[in-house]
Write a protein that binds this ligand. Structure first.
Ligand SMILES: NC(=O)c1ccc[n+]([C@@H]2O[C@H](COP(=O)([O-])OP(=O)(O)OC[C@H]3O[C@@H](n4cnc5c(N)ncnc54)[C@H](O)[C@@H]3O)[C@@H](O)[C@H]2O)c1
Length: 324
């Protein structure tokens, strides 16, 4: 069985590709990415060079917008499962460069899901986001909650879910949308809190803490995420379309987390307390009972036990440079 993974140079795509390469040695893991410069290209290339150590991995530099090249990729290989993780990620930049979100997350999404349908793919598993929920009052949030995206990024993910559901009705392809809640781990995204904050500490620079750090985030470890994705890929499905929260069901206080990291690193932070950024949600706390029951899975990782390992790894492997 061959797998296609879009966004394999990205954080989640990298870990998923690596996991599948190691577990399914007789399968081919076909990855592609446009290696854009939204954050360190050096980090993306490092992930690809790690992946290339697996004999069953192949990489192509392709943009989701390039229908012709994408279609050739589908034709050349006998792909059974598509994991679609490529997207313009991040909430804050979606106001500054909405076009790029539209091109990758809307146009690009339509290209890959249509090609998957035309090539009779069995399962199309794609990344949605917890941000589709917007600001809610009742927690934990389950998949039946009415979604109210509050920024362009979240709106593109909502549309992805709607298109996915529509296509699943007119084909035999199973379509699964995953609402990821703040995924963390080694080789994590430098535009997200943990690594951005670490970098500011180590460089002894100011760090902008929005809403004075009064945010709660449901952090989910990458190893739990890829294990659940693997199980989902193999699980028989009754319905043609499903949405799952991928979360730990444990909201983490950002103020507490920043103190923990600073204490572990042993450097006093220089914090600039900023007002709330209105496009960001204050709290995420997902209900993960649907996915845990469906897969008979138990969340394994605890952020306060994992962070020391990640920080130590980061200090030994500084492979990217970015502004803080
Ligand atoms: N990491 C999280 O906490 C989180 C939370 C919610 C949702 N998500 C979603 O999960 C998916 C993976 O996230 P990630 O954290 O790995 O992000 P990432 O930015 O590290 O990975 C995305 C990859 O897609 C590639 N890409 C972007 N546009 C492309 C295009 N037009 N054509 C080809 N490649 C393109 C990028 O170069 C990048 O390597 C994304 O869809 C993201 O929106 C992630």
């Amino acid at each position: 069985m061959n797998f296609l993974i879009s966004g394999c140079a990205g954080f989640i795509g990298y870990h998923l590709s690596n996991y599948l390469c190691k577990k399914y040695k007789n399968s081919k893991i076909i990855g592609f990415d446009n290696l854009n410069n939204y954050y360190s290209v050096k980090l993306k290339k490092k992930r690809i060079s790690n992946l290339k150590k697996n004999r069953n991995f192949s990489f192509s530099k392709i943009d989701l917008k390039d229908k012709k090249k994408l279609s050739e990729l589908f034709k050349k290989r006998k792909i059974k499962i598509v994991f679609h993780l490529a997207a313009q990620a991040g909430v804050r930049d979606s106001l500054k460069m909405p076009k790029s979100y539209f091109k990758s997350n809307f146009e690009g999404y339509i290209n890959i899901i249509n090609l998957s349908k035309m090539n009779k793919i069995k399962k199309f598993i794609f990344a949605s986001s917890s941000s589709v929920y917007g600001d809610q009052k009742k927690f934990p949030i389950n998949e039946k909650t009415k979604i109210i995206p509050k920024n362009i990024y979240a709106a593109t993910k909502k549309v992805n879910e709607e298109i996915g559901e529509d296509l699943s009705k007119i084909s035999n392809m199973k379509v699964i949308g995953l609402r990821f809640f703040t995924v963390y781990g080694k080789y994590g995204r430098p535009d997200m809190f943990v690594f951005k904050y670490l970098e500011s500490l180590i460089k002894r620079k100011n760090f902008n803490l929005f809403n004075k750090g009064n945010h709660l985030r449901d952090y989910t470890h990458i190893e739990d995420v890829v294990e659940m994705m693997d199980l989902l890929m193999r699980k028989k499905m009754k319905n043609n379309f499903e949405i799952f929260n991928i979360c730990s069901n444990k909201p983490i206080d950002i103020n507490k987390l920043s103190l923990f990291i600073a204490k572990f690193v042993g450097i006093k932070p220089k914090l600039s307390l900023r007002a709330r950024n209105q496009i960001e949600v204050v709290k995420t706390h997902g209900d993960n009972r649907k996915i845990l029951k469906f897969l008979k899975y138990k969340i394994k990782k605890n952020i306060y036990l994992e962070l020391p390992k990640i920080i130590t790894w980061y200090k030994q492997n500084k492979i990217w440079n970015f502004k803080v």
